[in-house]
Design a binder for this molecule. Structure first.
Ligand code: SAH
Length: 383
């Protein structure tokens, strides 16, 4: 991962002389892989027991009652006696880095290879990730749409494969970063509240809202397309949390014009697209400062429309999985100075976060330097 100069300068505003170390950290996965337990359906201790029966050692998080985590092992030195490579997409590269096997849909292109041959799996930019032993030949692979292409022989990290456990397929757990869980804890929705999730797909936080309110809040979950709305509905069904949620495909920048919600909403969550600089591990980073500036402008529009629909005294939570001031502190400052929101400071900071104070803004930052978390930012505002 290389960071463009403008973006480096932007990150230096937050991390100063630690910026180069930060970028090194961003290339690595966090030490813990977190999972949310659907505590409205099963207790956390039962999930820990069931996972143990399947050979997965997980631990209860001491601060968040729905969170469990598994340790990621590594880094290991990866060797592969091969000059050949197979190129995989970004998401697949991350799972190979953590020890998963390679399946057909993740393959972008490859050299020709025989069954049983070893290959380097690389990103599109040629970053070497893991050593794969092919279980099919390249010509057999091109005829496939699905299925196993190669087994992972050596990877820099190893993480338990949660998605092959029974508790996962039964919809009793949901893999989710700890700061994402903290976002809904910060929103603190109550039974009876009218809640709007303005950027809801695939539904991680929406399903958490249903979970903590036991389905007794009225929730409107919006995302930009019918396909994205479908993802939310599917997740709610899978986790059996489909209570009192209206899923709306649409552009939530215009929600105040499209839905009759003006001044009626108790709590709003804005979790907009961002530059993703906190999402570890980052293998190849393509964005520049210009992209960050565009994203920041886009994010402001949600803050604006949310103001119209919130009740006086209503609560807004703004969260991003990134670390730039433009998308975090400065957007919240805009919300306070230009739109009229007031900052809310929690009596105790969110566990694992550090309190950020900047020109009237109060926020909570999760950082690779604090308990090896992903980078993430949460601010709580009121109207
Ligand atoms: N809150 C989600 C993750 C959200 S990612 C979760 O916890 O699972 C950001 C989302 O914002 C994406 O799904 C993207 O489609 C959505 N988005 C982008 N522009 C939007 C718009 N104008 N209106 C509504 N949603 C939008």
């Amino acid at each position: 991962m290389d960071v463009e100069h403008g973006l480096f300068t932007e990150l230096r505003r937050v991390y100063g002389s630690l910026t180069s170390r930060l970028i090194e950290k961003l290339k690595t996965p966090p030490r813990r892989l977190y999972v949310r337990v659907i505590t409205s359906r099963i207790t956390r201790s039962d999930v820990l027991k069931l996972l143990e029966l399947e050979g997965v050692k997980a631990h209860a998080d001491p601060y968040y009652e729905e969170a469990i985590y598994m340790e990621i092992e590594g880094p290991f030195n990866v060797e592969c006696e091969s000059e050949k490579y197979i190129v995989v997409d970004e998401k697949t590269a991350v799972s190979l880095l953590l020890g998963s096997d390679l399946y057909r849909p993740g393959v972008v292109k490859s050299m020709s290879f025989r069954r049983g041959e070893r290959l380097w799996a690389t990103t599109r930019r040629g970053t070497r990730i893991a050593c794969i032993e092919a279980v099919v030949s390249s010509s057999a692979m091109s005829a496939l749409k699905h299925g196993l292409v190669g087994v992972n022989i050596a990877s820099p990290y190893r993480a338990p494969r949660i998605s092959s456990t029974r508790v996962y397929s039964d919809g009793l757990i949901y893999p989710q970063s700890l700061p994402s869980m903290a976002t809904v804890i910060a929103l603190s929705p109550k039974p009876g509240d009218l809640v709007v999730d303005m950027n809801a797909a695939p539904g991680g936080k929406t399903s958490h809202i249903v979970q903590v309110t036991r389905g007794l809040a009225r929730l409107i979950s919006i995302d930009r397309s019918e396909r994205k709305a479908g993802l939310i509905r599917e997740l709610l069904r899978r986790l059996q949390l489909d209570y009192n949620v209206v899923v709306v495909p649409g552009d939530s920048r215009y929600i105040h014009l499209d839905l009759n919600l003006e001044g009626r909403v108790d709590r709003v969550l804005i979790d907009p697209p961002c530059s993703n600089l906190g999402v570890r591990p980052i293998l190849d980073y393509e964005r520049s400062l210009k992209d960050v500036l565009n994203l920041a402008e886009y994010q402001k529009q949600f803050l604006k429309s949310a103001y119209f629909i919130l009740k006086p005294g209503g609560v807004l939570v703004y969260s991003t999985c990134t670390l730039t001031m433009r998308e975090n502190e400065e957007n919240v400052r805009y919300a306070i100075e230009e739109l009229g929101y007031s900052p809310v400071e929690l009596p105790n900071p969110l566990p694992y976060s550090e309190v950020v104070k900047y020109k009237g803004v109060v926020g909570y930052r999760f950082s690779p330097f604090t308990e090896d978390m992903p980078g993430y930012f949460i601010a709580i505002l009121t109207k």
